[in-house]
Design a protein around this ligand. Structure first.
Ligand SMILES: [Zn+2]
Length: 79
């Protein structure tokens, strides 16, 4: 277990599979199942270089999405 890198945080990183929001040509896409180390206390996320490279590869070769998700804008709901 790795100690959290955030100053004064006593948490430790846990292996988790999380969704990551990415931008590609101005479009938001979601990558699910991204392996990451997530701090159990502050939620800080560490992504390994290998994973980051794999994400880059996927971004260059996006196939058909496995699913689509609804997107909402906060500002419109407040207006
Ligand atoms: Zn932390």
């Amino acid at each position: 277990m790795k100690q959290c890198s955030i100053k004064n945080c006593q948490g430790q990183y846990e292996k988790k599979y999380i969704p990551r929001l990415l931008k590609r040509k101005g479009e938001l896409i979601v990558l699910e199942n991204v392996p990451a180390d997530v701090c159990s206390v502050c939620g800080d996320v560490l992504i390994s270089l290998e994973t980051a490279e794999a994400m880059e590869l996927i971004l260059e070769n996006l196939g058909t999405p496995s699913k689509t998700i609804p997107a909402y804008k906060l500002t419109e709901s407040l207006a």
